[in-house]
Design a protein around this ligand. Sequence first.
Ligand SMILES: *Cc1c(COP(=O)(O)O)cnc(C)c1O
Length: 452
Amino acid sequence: MTLIDEPRAVHAGGPTLPQERRLVTAIPGPESERLLARKASAVAAGVGHTVPVAVVAAGGGVVVDADGNSLIDLGSGIAVTGVGNSNPRVTAAVAAQLDAFTHTCFTIAPYEGYVAVAEALNRLTPGDHEKRSALFNSGAEAVENAIKIARHHTRRSAVVAFDHAYHGRTNLTMALTAKNIPYKSGFGPFAPDIYRMPLSYPFRDGGLTGADAAARAISQIEKQVGAENLAAIIIEPIQGEGGFIVPAEGFLAALVDWARANDVVFIADEVQTGFARTGAMFASEHEGIVPDLIVTAKGIAGGLPLSAVTGRADIMDSAHVGGLGGTYGGNPLACAAALATIEAYEEDGLVERAREIEAVLYRELGSLQARDARIGDIRGRGAMVAIELVDPETGVPDAGLTARVARESIARGVIVLTCGTYGNVIRFLPPLTIDDDLLVEALGVIGDVLAA
Ligand SMILES: *Cc1c(COP(=O)(O)O)cnc(C)c1O
């Protein structure tokens, strides 16, 4: 089912937007300036923004502002619009659902969309064991629920998270998140019984093997927490906000083995890595691991708010009736969007497309690195690739350069995001529907900015 050719009155997004970089004013232009002034006096200062524009439309791989500038989107709203912004499958499905009903609260009166999303998640996530899913609104809410479920199942309370982790901004997920500024500072006290363990970070841990890094973490877990007290280990298979850190081979598998041997629930937070982003439907597949629970959100619904916990039926079913839920979790519009989005990933070949994007990113960034020793590392998988910028002599992180490169790239019409514990990582998260020409043009802009 595609509705690409159907005219959609007024709606200027989706496939009707020219896929081009077009600057007609400085960024921000006068209309954007006006909105940003209103934002400053109406919106809480803690709610920041990266791209100083007033968005009026977005489609595929471009974002258009109120002054008529068209920016190439290498961020996808933080890995959300993997199927492209205003994907026509998604807009059609949501429009149809809008006409049917907008809400009942699934735990009051159930409907098929929610069940169909659960079935799709049970089918698509790693492992062919019996599974169940539960739907929520945000990544953080799903992470909270995964921990609730693991604690209820194991009757234990301790949780292990890792250095550089990011799991959200609610109280429990702030406790799981590693980085103080901006996520935690001044917002405590934080949820108790969370223990942070060392990661495998090949660029910065002296080439520790995956097995050795896992042994180091496991030894600390056994000494500081004790398996008998530990409900869950939660980890991002490739860390997102922490800097697109891909652990050394074998690290995750060793943790999974240890968790299984000790009846500890292994939770993969695939909120950022999920849904074709890394060139597999889920990043766990690259490591050959089968998590007990897997948390998804961002790329799940083409831009509508939805998240999920999926996992082993015995663990998921352990919570009592009424123990899981929420007013909006699995909202019918979001479920309709998710079904259309999943259809796009599967039927439009977007897993394969992510691997092609990986090849383009490594080729273009590799040729930049050959000319520029400040690019200390290129890493990531699929359409989730980053460069770490350092002082070439000392390897010290260069957050200042990173911020300048991102700011100037945006001013030249390319949306890029930064990340990393040390603020020195530029990450590339293009929509999987972007074409090579647009992607190469955008990376060319980054190269020009680095050279300038
Ligand atoms: C973004 C993110 C979250 C939090 O998701 P929200 O929808 O912002 O609450 C959790 N985990 C990871 C890995 C993320 O990237």
